[in-house]
Write a protein that binds this ligand. Sequence first.
Ligand code: CA
Length: 236
Amino acid sequence: MATESKGNILLVEDEENLHEALKLNLEMEGYSVSSAFNGTEALKIVQAEYFDLVVLDIMLPELDGIGVTEGIRIQHIDVPILILSARNTSSDRVLGLKKGADDYLTKPFNLEELMLRVEKLIQKNKKMQDKESIGDDYAFGGNTIDFRAQEATTWNGQVVQLSKKEAMLLKLLVENRNEVVTREKILQVVWGYNVYPTTRTIDNFILNFRKYFEQDTRNPRHFHSVRGVGYKYNDA
Ligand code: CA
């Protein structure tokens, strides 16, 4: 049984001893740690799972940390990135920050300092993700939702019993109305850390929402897929 983790971290470092030491220390602080040992692997893992933070060495085989940072941001994945750089490579550091990293540490670094940065970045990210919560009842386009009862009355008078995941996804989309909610965010909030449905699963939820709530399912007004990025709910 997994215990509640303080956060999900992807550690990308090719030096095995350092990797092992960092992983152990992060786990002892209560974080869940996934490992990658080169840049290509890191990018692949980031696309498939939700992370609260990526700790990313710059000097890596195959694709370096700068390339990984760039790859992550190009795909609109807004996970915080802490880069680790060798001494005397300030140009790498600057480039990393320019490409979208959030913070950096220079090797060799103090473990305590790393832990403080890790905690700070994860908390800052969580705070930014806490949107204003909506109440138990919500109405749009002739539909009314009772989130507590997981029940909806649709524009044509149908009463629909929503599954727990349907209600959670609907609430998440409504709370972020008129904004794209990324697939990673949906995975984190609705499915939790350790289960990863395919894009198709989320698509099917959206298709159901259209069936329930759209007057013209072929020209949806409210529920939109943003290809390769995520999903969006519009209230008007
Ligand atoms: Ca390295």
